[in-house]
Design a protein around this ligand. Structure first.
Ligand code: BTN
Length: 247
């Protein structure tokens, strides 16, 4: 992973470019990284502020031999890789909010947007897009996210090398991805649970047609979040269907 690396000063979205070259047949493990994105995309159609060269904005193209239903674990593997990569490089402890937010203190440090191209029973490719706030100061965040976002520099009080961090995270990701292929989901989920700030907490599940409060209990072997509702029923929530807001 990362042997093939494409760098842009500016692009609309590294995920868009990764999907384009994946459709054109680029090799497994190709990484697209950009200094700035003009149309960085977040989950559920949101924009991701990345119009500055202070963050790490990159996407990884994967061609796993998996069923489409098994792909969700890759996002969990990526979250673990980001947490462990940051810890190994900088000694900073982050947490994970299901499914894919990396939290530092109480603020969001990193988001992951996984996109899948598949047919029934067959995955064409997966693009894992990772955005990490690295060297921004508070005033560089847009007003609407200033109270929610943080960066590694704000936490560490010094400028961080983005190249070294990227290399470390890709190394961690490769280790975690091998576990995905070996079907060693237990190890991925054990690590994920260790970093989780969601489990045992009340979460608000927001889907298209309803909203309810439940307690996050565990992560299922396929990566779904298991929640217990107020009436005692247990449900499995998939990242594509809902948003989870910590309370
Ligand atoms: C989220 O938390 O909503 C996910 C944010 C994902 C942002 C990254 S930055 C690199 C890649 N390219 C994009 O357009 N989005 C992802």
């Amino acid at each position: 992973i990362g042997r093939e690396l494409i760098h842009f000063d500016e692009i609309d979205s590294t995920n868009n470019h990764a999907k384009k070259i994946a459709n054109d047949g680029c090799p497994h493990g190709t990484v697209v990284v950009a200094e700035r994105q003009t149309l960085g995309r977040g989950r559920v159609g949101r924009l991701w502020q990345s119009d500055n060269n202070q963050g790490l904005w990159f996407s990884i193209v994967l061609r796993p031999d998996l069923e489409p239903e098994q792909v969700q674990i890759i996002t969990l593997a990526a979250s673990v890789a980001v947490v462990e990569g940051i810890f190994r490089d900088l000694g900073i402890n982050c947490g994970i909010k299901w499914p894919n937010d990396i939290i530092l203190g109480n603020s969001k440090l990193c988001g992951i947007l996984t996109e899948l191209s598949a047919e029934p029973g067959h995955v064409n490719y997966v693009v894992v897009g990772i955005g990490i706030n690295v060297n921004q100061s508070f005033s560089e965040f847009d007003a609407d996210i200033q109270d929610k976002a943080t960066s590694l520099q704000i936490h560490a009080g010094k400028k961080i090398s983005r190249v070294k961090l990227l290399a470390g995270i890709l190394t961690c990701f490769e280790e975690m991805y091998n576990k995905v292929l070996e079907k060693n989901t237990k190890d991925i989920i054990d690590r994920w649970n260790k970093y989780s700030v969601t489990l045992d907490r009340e979460v608000k599940i927001v889907s298209r047609d309803m909203e309810y409060i439940a307690t996050a209990q565990s992560v299922a072997p396929d990566g779904k979040l298991v929640v217990k509702c107020k009436d005692g029923t247990v449900r499995e929530i998939s990242a594509g269907e809902v948003q989870v807001r910590g309370l």
